[in-house]
Design a binder for this molecule. Structure first.
Ligand SMILES: Nc1ncnc2c1ncn2[C@@H]1O[C@H](COP(=O)(O)OP(=O)(O)OP(=O)(O)O)[C@@H](O)[C@H]1O
Ligand SMILES: [Mg+2]
Length: 142
């Protein structure tokens, strides 16, 4: 089976700091993979390289066969990334949060449709006008 994520000799320097010193790893489809290390070990820097956000100083990595060095945009278009903190603006409504996000990625004339589709797909239509910060205390229980 082909690895979903593969890294070979991944390194990253920030000036004199060597943040990541040669990471080799393989993660297979369906596998749950934990990357552990003390503060400053280079975990976030590694994830930034694997997601195509940060260019490695040396080495290579592939996500579903796509090179994070040669085709970082293709990698970003392929993956989903769930951050530790939810990136939701609490004072915007659900609809406004989605409109903001969609506006970063889509042509203006596609935003409204995409937002409606997402609201309905995730069962958020009825809370679309409520500020996102109130959702946790809202009527719905997840
Ligand atoms: N943009 C940057 N510029 C300079 N140094 C950086 C930068 N990003 C990270 N570093 C340094 O690289 C090293 C690795 O940092 P990184 O954030 O990847 O570690 P981490 O394992 O995610 O740590 P933590 O557990 O605290 O989240 C640290 O010494 C950090 O200070
Ligand atoms: Mg970190």
């Amino acid at each position: 089976m082909r690895p979903a994520v593969r890294a070979r000799g991944l390194r990253r320097r920030f000036g004199a700091i060597e943040a990541v010193r040669g990471v080799d790893l393989e993660v297979f489809p369906g596998e749950v993979f934990g990357l552990l290390g003390p503060n400053g070990a280079g975990k976030t820097t590694t994830v930034r390289m694997l997601t195509g956000v940060l260019r490695p100083s040396e080495g290579e990595a592939w996500v579903l066969g796509k090179s994070v060095v040669k085709e970082p945009e293709a990698v970003k278009a392929t993956i989903g990334y769930a951050t530790q903190e939810a990136s939701v603006y609490p004072y915007l409504t659900a609809r406004q949060n989605l409109e903001f996000r969609a506006g970063l990625y889509l042509p203006r004339n596609q935003v409204a449709n995409a937002v409606e589709e997402a609201l309905s797909r995730f069962g958020l239509a009825e809370v679309a006008r409520r500020s996102a910060g109130n959702h946790a205390q809202g009527a719905r229980s997840f």
